[in-house]
Structure formats: structure tokens, C-alpha cells
Ligand binder design. Structure first.
Ligand code: DGL
Length: 251
């Protein structure tokens, strides 16, 4: 592995762009290959075995492209498959997102908390270990079935209707909101419209910091400025997604 090789990053769609944006703030000179698996989304309601297989295919592609590290920018894939991938592909570092529930414990323990994530993440063993370790006894776990899909579609009306239906009961009752799916930071404003003033907790800035530490420790940080640095691949070759992805990167 060498410094000039790319970092592979993937999600079930374009949601992981919210993670890449945080990474770009701390590692601006790297090359990135972003893989959006829109052909197989949503990941949120698939079985562990299905997620293992989907992740493995993406990992194989990144290894073929000689990536020096892999970022799992999908909470569901991280929750279900990171351990499996780390055991099977020992030579490449995996950096995986997880819901920022420990951050609530560290910074806002006493406030009522809503954890929004996919069903897969909330039911996973990995998330449950985290949850029971840092439980503040004022937490509501909300599996947001179908929400990542309509964010992926960029359907504003459906998003607003969904949030009104599912979040309205918590208006005024929660202070912290854990954005436990990488698609959700894209709809922070819409969430606030329903819940009112809340504090958001997102694991992406911490992942970015951790990725930098891992690369530094392995002496793999690229110090040369690369000109074409982000390659976007979508498993269903959807050009609209590519367009939206780069628009969000620029915002
Ligand atoms: N963005 C993904 C996550 O962080 C999942 C969305 C999906 O269900 O595909 O969990």
C-alpha cells in the first residue's frame, strides 16, 4: 500500500456523501472512489447474509483498485458486516460509521434522546452493545423504515409527510437526535421543522478524525495535491445520482 492510492468509500446509495464531506475537511489531498450501491438499496431491511455478500462484492472491487483503506459510510452495513469483513480481509483497514450514541453519553447525557436509524441498525447486535453500554434511560429507538429510500429519491413531499407522521409524537419531548443513518444529515432542516429545536449527533466528523489517525499511523497520508480526486460509481449507472452527489459535495 502506498500514499498515492485511493480510499474506497461506500453506502447503499448517495447517503454516504455526508460522511465523505466530513472526510474531505480533514483529508483534502486524498483520492477517493465512492461506490453507491443503488441497485441493491435499501440495505436497512436486508438479512445479515445479504449485507455480507453485497459488502464483499464492493470490497473486492476496492481491493482490485488497490485502495489503501475502506470507509463503510453506511450504518447498516457497518453494524452487520464490519466484523465479518475485518476477519476476512485482514490486510486492509476498515473504518466504519456507527450511530453517535456515545457522544450523547459524553455531552448531553441527561436530555431525552431520539435515535433515528434503519431497522437493520437498530436490531443489530453491534448497535445493541453500544446502546446498553451508554443507555441514558431517556432514549427512544426509532426504526425509520423506508426513510432512506425517499431521501435517495429526493422526494421532498414524501419526506415531509413521512416525518410529520413519524416524528410529530416526539415534538417538544426530545432534545437530542442521533442521526443513525448516513442519509439523515441531508434532511436536518426538515427534521427540525417537525421536532423544533433539537441537538443533532452525527458520527461522521469522528469517523473522519479516526480515518486520519489510522492513515497517519500507517504513514499513508497523501501529501501531494491530486487534481481529479473523487471517482463516483453507481451500481445502477444512474447519472442523476452522480449529478446530485457532486452537487451535495459542492454545497
Ligand atoms: N445509509 C444507510 C445507513 O447509514 C442505509 C440506508 C438503507 O437502508 O439502504 O444505514
Amino acid at each position: 500500500m502506498n500514499k498515492n492510492e485511493a480510499i474506497g468509500i461506500f453506502d447503499s446509495g448517495i447517503g454516504g456523501v455526508t460522511v465523505l464531506k466530513e472526510i474531505l475537511k480533514v483529508l483534502p489531498n486524498e483520492k477517493y472512489i465512492y461506490y453507491s450501491d443503488s441497485k441493491n438499496n435499501p440495505y436497512g431491511d436486508k438479512s445479515d447474509e445479504q449485507i455480507h455478500d453485497l459488502c464483499e462484492n464492493i470490497v473486492k472491487l476496492f481491493i482490485k483498485e488497490k485502495c489503501k483503506a475502506i470507509v463503510i459510510a453506511c450504518n447498516t452495513a457497518s453494524a452487520k458486516s464490519v466484523q465479518y469483513l475485518r476477519e476476512k480481509y485482514k490486510d486492509i483497514p476498515f473504518i466504519a460509521i456507527e450511530p453517535a450514541y456515545k457522544m450523547v453519553y459524553d455531552y448531553a447525557y441527561n436530555a431525552p434522546t431520539l435515535v433515528m436509524a434503519t431497522k437493520g441498525t437498530i436490531e443489530s447486535e453491534k448497535f445493541n452493545l453500544l446502546y446498553h453500554k451508554y443507555d441514558n434511560h431517556k432514549t427512544i429507538l426509532l426504526p425509520c423504515i423506508g426513510l432512506a429510500d425517499i431521501i435517495e429519491e429526493d422526494n421532498k413531499d414524501k419526506i415531509k409527510a413521512y416525518l410529520k407522521e413519524h416524528l410529530e409524537p416526539y415534538r417538544g419531548k426530545v432534545k437530542n437526535v442521533v442521526l443513525g443513518c448516513t442519509h439523515y444529515p441531508l434532511i436536518k432542516e426538515e427534521i427540525k421543522e417537525v421536532l423544533g429545536q433539537v441537538e443533532f449527533f452525527n458520527g461522521a466528523p469522528y469517523l473522519a478524525k479516526h480515518l486520519k489517525e489510522v492513515l497517519k499511523e500507517k504513514d499513508l497520508i497523501n501529501d501531494e495535491n491530486e487534481s481529479k480526486k473523487i471517482q463516483f460509481i453507481d451500481s445502477s449507472n444512474n447519472e442523476q445520482k452522480e449529478k446530485r452527489f457532486f452537487e451535495i459535495i459542492k454545497e
